[in-house]
Design a protein around this ligand. Structure first.
Ligand SMILES: [Zn+2]
Length: 380
């Protein structure tokens, strides 16, 4: 027991220090991860804002958007560490994240659905992103699928000072805006994904200062801060929230009025546990941006077809191939010998009967001349 040893006061102090640091860093880092979106736009001197006139927009009953999910894995990840026909922990994590984000958008009739199979990308470089040294512009462009929301789940995203939870492109900055999420800080009830989707729909942080600092009295709310008037002036809530989700600082705006921010706003830097709200004006802006940039988004299976991935590779028993019911397959080895494909489930082939070696699988849409050939290795 600590109290029965002569060294106990030191031990207790040491333990208290460790526990304090653990709790402090847990709260500071594990619950709140700043968003890298503003790092992307550090050099954006004159942002082009959407020009939709809300009066010209007829509200829709539902806003339903297709999502393509890409999971980045390290090149050496253990191929046989999961059962090919069962969702892996990674897959479950990202599907739950999407479902959780959908709950946050549900009250506003905005929903997201998975389009096609999850795409797996093996790349050490893309799996641990350093926002300070890598130019983001083209990093994921070659993987982007057109006319869907591309969401990339990487292991981690770093910058010099921040451990970034995710980042997104504003719609007016690129033809293929996409979202990048750090798996390391998930699950968090979809809070980071909902925040990044907010940016994807053109929302700024309530503490945004690119247009000037918003005053607490709201007198400049149309021109400063996030340009919206129902999101109170916000001094950046990162690390300034108490256990009851209250702002725990006393900071003044530029004319000496104390801040009274809304700690529930998903677009703020309040702790994730406190955030569950988009304001009415934020929702209106997202719907305007949808009309201007995303109303043509659609899930096209013929485009998805080009993104078939097979795993694990090497395989020993089962080889996962998305939706084998809808495709024609041929398996052959390097000498050209053909083997009949043996379905094990609607998404998996049984390859346990093949001897060790290199094989090829040609996957095509029945009746189509187009097909894709993948290499895979069998290793028992
Ligand atoms: Zn953000």
């Amino acid at each position: 027991m600590l109290t029965s040893t002569p060294n106990s006061p030191i031990l207790i102090r040491t333990l208290a220090f460790i526990i304090f640091n653990f709790v402090f860093t847990s709260i500071f880092y594990a619950q709140t991860h700043p968003c890298g979106t503003e790092l992307l736009y550090n050099n954006e001197n004159s942002p082009q804002l959407p020009t939709t006139n809300p009066e010209n927009v007829t509200p829709r009953n539902t806003y339903s958007l297709p999502v393509a999910i890409h999971i980045i894995q390290n090149e050496n990840s253990h191929a046989n560490s999961f059962h090919a026909c069962e969702p892996t922990a990674e897959v479950k994590l990202v599907l739950d994240d999407l479902a959780d984000a959908n709950e946050l958008f549900k009250p506003h009739d905005i929903q997201f659905f998975l389009c096609g199979e999850i795409n797996f990308i093996r790349s050490n470089l893309l799996n641990a992103i350093n926002m300070d040294v890598q130019s983001e512009t083209n990093r994921f462009n070659s993987y982007n699928i057109r006319n869907v929301i591309n969401i990339y789940y990487v292991h981690s995203i770093y910058s010099e000072y921040w451990r970034v939870g995710g980042y997104a492109y504003f719609p007016w900055t690129t033809t293929t805006p996409h979202i990048v999420m750090a798996r390391k800080y998930l699950p968090n009830k979809g809070k980071t994904l909902a925040h990044e989707l907010g940016h994807f729909f053109g929302l700024f942080h309530p503490h945004h200062t690119r247009f000037g600092s918003e005053l607490v009295d709201g007198s400049n709310c149309h021109e400063a801060g996030d340009l919206l008037c129902d999101t109170p002036a916000d001094p950046n809530l990162y690390g300034k929230i108490n256990d009851n989700c209250q702002y725990n600082q006393f900071e003044l705006d530029s004319i000496g009025i104390p801040y009274a921010p809304n700690t529930q706003l998903i677009m703020s830097y309040a702790d994730s546990r406190c955030k569950d709200l988009f304001s009415p004006q934020q929702v209106s802006k997202m719907k305007e941006v949808y009309e201007q940039y995303y109303s043509h988004y659609a899930c096209n299976p013929h485009i998805q077809e080009k993104h078939i991935t097979i795993y694990p590779n090497p395989a020993s028993e089962l080889l996962h191939i998305g939706a084998i019911d809808d495709v024609a397959m041929e398996i052959f080895d390097a000498s050209g010998r053909f083997y009949p494909p043996v379905p094990a489930s609607e998404k998996c082939l049984d390859v346990s009967f093949l001897s060790n070696g290199l094989y090829f699988i040609r996957i095509s849409i029945p009746g189509s001349q187009e097909g894709q050939i993948f290499k895979f290795v069998v290793k028992h």
